[in-house]
Design a protein around this ligand. Sequence first.
Ligand SMILES: [Fe+2]
Ligand SMILES: [Fe+2]
Length: 290
Amino acid sequence: MDSISTAPAILQPLLDMLRLPLEEIKIEKVVDLVSYDGAIAAQCLRLANSPLYGRREIETVRSAVMVLGLDRVRTLLLGLCMNRVIPADKWVIEPNAFWRHSLGCALVTQRMARKIEYHEPEKAYLAGLLHDIGLLVNSVLYTEGFRECLRIAAEQQAPLHVIEEQVLGFTHCDSGRMLAEHWRLSKELVDVTYCHYDLSLLAAPGPLACLVHLSDLLCRARYLGYGYDEIMSVDLGGDAAWQILVASYPALGNMDLVRFTLDIDGAMDQIVATVDSVFGSKNVAVSAAT
Ligand SMILES: [Fe+2]
Ligand SMILES: [Fe+2]
């Protein structure tokens, strides 16, 4: 856990920034964070000058941040921080697959949070983005065992956490909780990392855990999982998390589920394009023989 917690110095201020609504984030703070690390600043400039953003000549970090937009910059910062923490040979899940899933969950959780008028949609975004940090812990600390888990899960098209439990005796939810506590994330975020598959582990599951649980299901069912196809069927309306949310947020009961899932499908391309523009486009398929 110590090897992971020696995160780059900008991680803590970055986590603080991620908690704020976009409109409250001061552009100068973002520019400072990006400028703090030469490699990250260079990556921002490279991306802002790429053909994706119109081939303008961007020479300052400030202009790069303006061109890319705060949303993309904060995701880029988090991704680069994590890439720095995890040596290239320790990534078990292909990084692009991991970020597509994490960003997908962040955006879906945030959308759903807005639909039910949850008071902190930005926190919902952060919860979705960080819910699977345990996968990174397992990659770094249990590389070979975790590689075996992914191989078996891909071969059986089974949920990864079920195979982790069988092979390792614990899941990325357990290790995610430890890292979340280590980073002193809020209790709600710790609960999300720990309980996003099994809400019954919590005496009173909060809305964030329920929202992330549903988003994770939706993303995995829409091929934004962990780099392999799972055999799964999703019945959002019949899910315990849905029932819990409806009891507190009646707006959810009126939501047109078909329209919402179509909406999400429309957003998936945007998610894939965002991750590919930030981390480079790569084939995310996992070979069962890895
Ligand atoms: Fe997970
Ligand atoms: Fe997940």
